[in-house]
Design a protein around this ligand. Structure first.
Ligand code: NDP
Ligand code: 2IT
Length: 444
């Protein structure tokens, strides 16, 4: 049995109750086969695959807080510190009722390779809680965040582990958590990224994941002799990533005609009004029905459905496993040219395969959404030198990083004879740097 198959079997046995983690590991290890086969003895002797699929540590803790009725609520908190071979653990905090250990592990595992692709010195980690921020008052959010950080602060630090935002964690939550860290540890340090601009945050971090996704997509099109100008795009989600992907895509001449949230979706044939969307989602924290009510050209539908709409480019920006095989078939039938993932693992394995086999240019999240964490690493640099860079400077660095990522994954795919397979290219390029650092650092 090949080394990859052996390890996959063990990982499946050990983590049988964690389907998302198994999905992420299967995708990575399957696509690394050419690299592993070329170095099988060395990697096997050093148990590289066994080590890279087992987190350094997994922290789980109780998060008690008091709601507005005086009732004590209890949530579960997580931080998975997966791999710090190339830098301090780095990755977001997800606050969503669906969060469990398997979800955090899949996200932490992906983060190792994504962070390596950024070219910056950051390791992989992820955390969060099954807390549901929807419908909570600001005071309840603060109570939760303070309790969460009261425990988490024991395990993180500017040179140890630097969390950030993800689903359900934005500037408001990062602010409350930063305040509590500072209070308990007595240190003003860059322990979180995505901070407010008045206390160490970086310009462009808010926009970075969405903008970065579009910079990479633009480079992909350029590489195929095309541009985004005049293209029609479908976006899913309407959170941080989706909003700034829509904004940048439209700045570059594309027309984005859809967005969605967890209850419904909008088709707006005249193009999404991004200022209205920001007001509905960032200011009012309302449903998309509010968008449709204020936009005569928009049609609102309950449930899911954005991938039914004919488009050139599909940008899934909501959550994992939201683009299924049937959606992939519909996209191909509608003549879709490219799928670039803004979310983490939004496309199922069978849907990815179908898209690739039918000639759709497919760039997975590890490469396509790396602009968020890359800009977090730029925030860490600014905090270290106690300076802040201008919007233009950070934006130019972000763009340069995304263009570099595209060429690095394209080259890696070519080097291993799988030209155009950007999933394999990303996994290979991300893996090479981490494995080199692991080998250099001995058994740890
Ligand atoms: P937000 O919380 O800002 O937005 C999430 C969006 O996705 C909302 O529109 C939300 O709808 C929708 N959504 C969330 N869960 C589900 C679900 N189970 N079913 C349907 N819709 C859902 O999060 P982000 O925009 O930050 O994150 C989106 C994706 O991008 C995630 O996969 C995240 O891991 C990934 N990502 C985020 C980065 C960042 O910097 N923020 C960086 C790289 C990747 P509703 O409002 O109704 O809940
Ligand atoms: O999935 C991700 O890359 C993020 N949520 C951003 C992580 C970060 O540390 O900025």
């Amino acid at each position: 049995m090949s080394y990859v198959d052996e390890v996959l079997e063990v990982v499946q046995k050990k983590n049988a109750d964690q389907p998302e983690f198994l999905q992420a590991v299967t995708e990575v290890l399957d696509s690394l086969r050419p690299v592993i086969d070329a170095n099988e003895d060395l990697y096997r002797k050093n148990a590289i695959l066994e080590r890279i699929t087992e987190p350094d540590r997994q922290i789980m803790f109780r998060v008690p807080w008091v709601d507005d009725n005086g009732q004590v609520q209890v949530n579960r908190g997580f931080r998975v510190q997966f791999n710090n071979a190339i830098g301090p653990y780095k990755g977001g905090l997800r606050l969503h009722p669906s969060v469990n250990l398997g979800i955090i592990k899949f996200l932490g595992f992906e983060q190792i390779f994504k962070n390596s692709l950024t070219t910056l010195p950051i390791g992989g980690g992820k955390g969060g809680s099954d807390f549901d921020p929807k419908g909570k008052s600001d005071r309840e959010i603060m109570a939760f965040c303070q309790s969460f950080m009261t425990e988490l602060c024991k395990y993180i630090g500017a040179d140890v582990d630097v969390p950030a935002g993800d689903i359900g964690t934005g500037a408001r939550e990062i602010g409350f958590m930063f305040g509590q860290y500072k209070r308990i540890r007595g240190m003003f340090e860059g322990v979180l990224t995505g901070k407010g601009l008045t206390y160490g945050g970086s310009l462009v971090r808010t926009q970075a994941t969405g903008y970065g996704l579009i910079y990479l997509t633009e480079e992909l099109f350029k590489n195929h002799g095309q541009s985004l100008d005049g293209k029609v795009a479908c976006v899913s989600g309407s959170g941080n990533v989706a909003i700034y992907a829509i904004e940048k895509a439209q700045q570059l001449g594309a027309k984005v005609v859809t967005c969605s949230d967890s209850t419904g979706w909008v088709y707006d044939p005249e193009g999404i009004d991004v200022e209205l969307l920001k007001d509905v989602k960032e200011v009012k924290r309302a449903r998309l029905t509010e968008y449709a009510a204020n936009r005569p050209s928009a049609q609102y539908h309950e449930g899911r459905g954005v991938w039914q709409i004919k488009c050139d480019i599909a940008l899934p920006c909501a959550t994992q496993n939201e683009l299924l095989l049937d959606d992939a078939k519909q996209l191909v039938a509608n003549g879709c040219i490219a799928v670039c993932e803004g979310a983490n693992m939004p496309t199922t394995l069978d849907a990815t395969k179908y898209l690739q086999e039918n000639g759709v240019w497919f760039v997975g999240g590890k490469a396509a959404n790396a602009g968020g964490v890359a800009t977090s690493a730029l925030e860490m640099s600014q905090n270290s030198e106690r300076l802040s860079w201008s919007f233009e400077e950070v934006d130019a660095k972000l763009k340069n990083i995304m263009v570099t990522i595209f060429h690095n994954i394209d080259d890696a795919a070519k080097r291993y004879g799988v030209e155009g397979d950007y999933v394999a290219g990303a996994n290979i390029a991300g893996f090479e740097k981490v494995v080199d650092a692991m080998l250099a650092q001995g058994v740890c």
